[in-house]
Design a protein around this ligand. Structure first.
Ligand SMILES: O=C(O)CCC(=O)C(=O)O
Length: 461
């Protein structure tokens, strides 16, 4: 019910009005169409009024939309849920507009992202970066993945089918990325990577973006990947993802292979997750904007809580130079970047580049993730399942420190057995039973890391 009400209240109206990018850019013709549609909503029944509010919001008349929504009164359950999500979006738009208006002067410019030694104590990393939400780079890290170049990957993945995506200027999708096609990895390399060893490919060239190592090549690449859990020891996103996708498991970590000259456009990672990326090969220029400055990028919520930006950082630098503070770093092989939840970012591949990455949730972004999941859960079942799984992890105290530096297989096996253990605990054997399960949660013998005791606290109920 709520899902259908939402479709009528937002995605259907967006489709009727124009392309997502034209909407985010508030193109004149689209605004006129939206206002025309808003006027044409006959009658004063709550559904029509809510649709009118949605159209006004899309046309940039956020305060009017907010006032309409405030006067709606009693609503049937499905519509009430959809209107709650819309009310949240409109409120964000109003607040962002107020924030922009309050900041009259340009306070921007470029600031370097802090680069740290991998010797930094994890507690310091947590205190200075994860908890406050500040990006950083660990330079010269012990390997998360081998220094794979395109040729090594071609040997390992050869005939594997991979989906390719490209960053299109005219796209209104997340990061302006559009699916191109599925093809054999070696064909992708020969057509889109190897010809650009020296010169740059067009920005819109196909790339392999966010390809799940765990779901698609656990037995090849996966065997050589370790999770950087000495710095990011808790990953509730993987845990929750595995709960709701028990067969495939969660996607992370994922692989990126992109030709020099390509890139991904401005975006925010979904569900307020943190993100890390380890560079294997080549160089990438990362630019990030603080979540506290997001209003300056004129974000717009359309059909979900992934903001669409009317312009990328290059365009903004041309139209309003120095207005936005941009945090910048060039990543090299051996670098590991931490991107805090909610920070918009944009990436250019300065050379053919290979990287491995994952999104994660730990205590420092759990509440943000839960808040977002709860809002989406008003209209989407999957978000509700994810929120429930995150909450279970919270109540079972899986938030406590996990063990450091797990090989991928071990890490996933632990997640799987934690699920089983939590499932048993939920059948009310309680804490005693969970403690009794602990001996089951051993690392597979051949992968056992040397001389490291698992942390019992990770399983405390
Ligand atoms: O390497 C890239 O193009 C960007 C990756 C990224 O930002 C992401 O997956 O969120």
């Amino acid at each position: 019910m709520a899902r259908r009400a939402w479709q009528e209240l937002r995605p259907a109206l967006i489709r009727a009005a124009g392309s997502p990018l034209a909407l985010a850019r508030r193109e004149e013709a689209v605004v006129q169409r939206l206002l025309g549609l808003a006027q044409a909503q006959p009658g004063a029944d709550p559904e029509r009024l809510a649709q009118r509010a949605s159209l006004l919001d899309l046309a940039g008349r956020h305060a009017e939309a907010q006032a309409l929504l405030q006067g709606l009164g009693e609503l049937p359950a499905g519509l009430r849920a959809a209107v709650s999500l819309l009310t949240h979006m409109v409120r964000c738009h109003v607040l962002w507009e107020e924030d922009r208006n309050a900041r009259s002067e340009a306070r921007g410019g470029m600031v370097p992202v802090e680069i740290l030694s991998p010797e930094v104590p994890p507690a310091e990393l947590r205190r200075r970066f994860l908890e406050p939400g500040v990006p950083c780079v660990l330079r010269g890290c012990p390997e998360v993945a081998p220094r794979w170049g395109p040729l090594e990957l071609k040997k390992l993945l050869g005939d594997q089918q991979v989906p390719t995506r490209r960053c299109e200027e005219s796209s209104g999708s997340w990061a302006r990325l559009e699916f191109v096609q599925a093809q054999k990895f070696k064909d992708f390399c020969e057509a889109h990577i190897e010809p650009f060893k020296d010169g740059a490919a067009p920005r819109e060239s196909p790339q392999l973006f966010d390809f799940s190592i765990w779901q698609h090549c656990a037995d090849t690449l996966g065997r050589q990947v370790s999770m950087p859990s000495q710095w990011f020891p808790v990953d509730l996103y993987t845990y929750a993802g595995a709960r709701i996708q028990p067969v495939s498991g969660s996607a992370g970590p994922t692989l990126f292979l992109a030709p020099k000259g390509s890139g991904s456009s401005l975006h925010v990672d979904t569900l307020q997750t943190h993100f890390w990326m380890a560079m294997c090969h080549g160089r990438k220029r990362w630019r990030l904007v603080s979540r506290d400055d997001i209003s300056l990028l004129h974000p717009m919520y359309l059909a979900d809580l992934n903001p669409v930006f009317p312009a990328d950082l290059n365009a903004l630098e041309e139209t309003s130079p120095g207005r936005v503070k941009v945090h910048e770093v060039v990543l090299e092989p051996g670098d590991l970047i931490f991107v805090p939840a909610g920070w918009p970012h944009q990436v250019d591949n300065l050379e053919t580049s290979v990287a491995v990455s994952a999104n994660f949730i730990d205590p420092s972004n759990l509440q943000r993730a839960l808040d977002e999941a709860d809002l989406l859960a008003l209209v989407e079942e999957e978000a509700q399942l994810l929120g429930d799984a995150l909450r279970k992890a919270e109540v079972t105290r899986l938030l406590e420190e996990a063990a450091p530096n797990e090989p991928l297989r071990v890490f996933k096996e632990i997640q799987r057995r934690l699920l089983q253990a939590v499932g048993i605990a939920a059948l009310s054997f309680g804490g005693l039973c969970l403690a009794a399960c602990w001996p089951l949660i051993e690392r597979p013998a051949e992968k056992k890391p040397p001389a490291r005791q698992p942390s019992l606290s990770a399983l405390r109920v």
